[in-house]
Design a binder for this molecule. Structure first.
Ligand code: TXA
Ligand code: MG
Length: 340
């Protein structure tokens, strides 16, 4: 298959919509990461997403809508909490797990009786959904297991020859995937942290949101993941990532003692000179978790393009948006953390 990379224009949006209406897969930008989109109401179309990504069939997808009119296609018995969150955070980087509606394709929900739905804010994503008039199932547009793509070039690196069209909307602003919150049980549960924080959800709902154990720790043998995606090795570059947790001075001394041929630092902006001669890729500012989220996945991909064998990573905090950064980095590091 020939893959075309096109800037977002009224023409390319129309072409994307035509392909989607015919049951094809198109990569589109969103504010979080690029998505691999297909008609969420059509099992045959959705099957092409799983094939292009090499994604396990038991990992369900998020359906993307452009207006609340589309919500009943995906979900039913929508609770008041969901409407509250929609008013506060949609369009934007928040996904809600709700009781499943009747029209959404079986394969989108991977056999569960719940469905994931979000209304993206990226103008290109919204334009494509509106132009085809369909809710779009879209996982991140990476090969299963590799870091999520935050530029069209990243998408091309993974999807060349696998999809007919990639819409190039520039670099994704948020840089980590949407916050996922489940509203199907007695208490709201945060399944995946993102740009919309646990603290913001609690403030809007006026009650506590439970943090799923899988966010910051490895699932125990035999434990069932509430968000199936959390059980897979994720976001991992080819380099072995080791998180080194502690003050910068201790990190620096540790790296100087340990680093050899092929080893890199995954540090914060401005720390490079103090770490020389160990080469560095920076992933945002130490005191700005939004910039860390924005840069993390490109930094992981940059390590691979440098041929890094190992990377010693600075450790983000565990609150606010930094919790999302920590969650992704832990998976990239396969939970290897050294305290210094
Ligand atoms: O920001 C995003 O959400 C991006 C962009 C493209 O919108 N999409 C994305 O999709 O990250 P994906 O497939 O890479 O991640 C979806 C996550 C997975 O961890 C999946 O297991 C979880 O959402 N999920 C989907 N449906 C679910 C359900 N019914 N119950 C629990 N978790 C679900
Ligand atoms: Mg993904």
């Amino acid at each position: 298959m020939n893959t075309q990379l096109c800037a977002v224009t009224p023409d390319s949006v129309e072409r994307a919509a035509a392909l989607l209406k015919r049951g094809e897969v198109v990569a589109i930008p969103t504010e979080t990461a690029y998505g691999l989109a297909a008609n969420a109401l059509d099992d045959a179309a959705v099957a092409k997403i799983f094939a292009a990504k090499g994604r396990p069939q038991d990992n369900p997808l998020i359906s993307h809508i452009s207006s609340l009119d589309m919500l009943p296609l995906i979900a039913r018995d929508v609770p008041d909490d969901a409407l509250r969150l929609a008013r506060a955070f949609w369009p934007g980087p928040l996904t809600m797990i709700l009781p499943r509606g009747e029209r959404v394709a079986d394969s989108v929900c991977a056999g569960l009786d719940t469905a994931a739905v979000r209304m993206p804010s990226h103008p290109a994503a919204r334009a494509v959904i509106e132009a085809c008039g369909l809710p779009l199932a879209a996982p991140s547009a990476n090969l299963s297991g590799s870091p999520s793509p935050t530029t069209a070039t990243d998408v091309l690196a993974d999807m060349d020859g696998r999809v007919p069209l990639i819409l190039d909307g520039g670099a994704c602003e948020v840089g980590v995937e949407s916050t996922v919150v489940s509203l199907t049980g007695p208490v709201p549960v945060l399944l995946r942290p993102g740009r919309v924080t646990k603290e913001q959800l609690e403030e809007t709902l006026g009650r506590e949101v439970e943090l799923s154990g899988a966010v910051v720790s490895r699932l125990k043998e035999g434990e069932v993941a509430r968000s199936p995606g959390m059980k897979y090795k994720h976001y991992a570059p080819k380099a072995q990532v080791i998180i080194v947790r502690g003050a910068f001075e201790h990190y620096r001394d540790y790296v100087r003692a340990e680093a050899g041929e092929g080893d890199w630092c995954l540090c914060f902006d401005g720390e490079e000179a103090a770490l020389a001669p160990v080469p560095c890729v920076a992933y945002g500012a130490a005191d700005d978790d939004g910039s860390q989220a924005h840069a993390l996945f490109s930094a992981l991909r940059a390590l691979d393009s440098h041929g890094a064998k190992r990377a010693f990573a600075r450790c983000p905090h565990e609150t606010g948006v930094a919790l999302a950064v920590y969650n992704r980095l832990l998976r990239a590091a396969a939970f290897r953390v050294v305290d210094v």
